[in-house]
Design a protein around this ligand. Sequence first.
Ligand code: BTN
Length: 270
Amino acid sequence: MGFDRKILEASLKAGSKSSYLPFSLHIFESVSSTNQILWDLLHQGAEAGCVVIATQQTAGRGQWGRQWISHTGGLYLSVAIAPKLEASASHQLTLASAWGIAAQLRQCGVSVGIKWPNDLVLEGRKLGGILTETKVSHGQIAQAVIGVGINWANPVPETGINLELWQAAQATKPISCLEMLTCTVLQGIESGMQCLSQEGISILLSRYLDLLTNIGDRVYINSHAGIVVGVTSQGNLQLRMATDNTDELIKPEISVEPGIISLGYSKSSV
Ligand code: BTN
């Protein structure tokens, strides 16, 4: 499956409201990992706004060191940014990207939600994921790569969903091609970064929470039950722990870092 650079360039031009991140596009048929290729380009002098897109990956990287299976038909892209943030705030980049992409897709008519911390979900199944990698210097993020994988027409596991099949069952088809999806994702990352840098983490977080599908979910930490009540500005999950005490006000709250627990998917394929 080919990728048409001209269609993407035209869509980006038609939709551009600002030049917050002037994109420079590097499009490949097959690469190891778009994140890796982008880091290589950054080491050779590429700058923020550099984008790597591939129609297939042979060594796609997922969160927590997992592999990201990347058959032809999916969207695999990475964007370089240079945020002015402390290293400890790196999860904010994932929150910003997740919110920006989900919000942009929703504007097109695709009812995407967010599963903490970095998953894009549609009808309770995984539509895509985000992998943020950073290079830190003197406690500050010097460079960051936002990697996004979205299921477009590729085969997916039981808990996944792809956009082409979902659209086939809808009255309208809001995203007409892979290039339009790519444009929507790039605009989403741009608007997420713009929200974070110009409006700040509190506003960004409230928008992220509006799209979070996990509020009210029951989870277990070391066999202790808790209910998801929010996400902190550092990207931690906030839980209200169940106790024998019936007074809601004195139920203890704890926060859990990404990677410590994994929230499941509510639905599997039929
Ligand atoms: C997740 O585990 O949910 C995050 C997956 C992120 C995968 C994308 S695909 C494009 C980019 N390049 C990679 O190697 N990984 C990210």
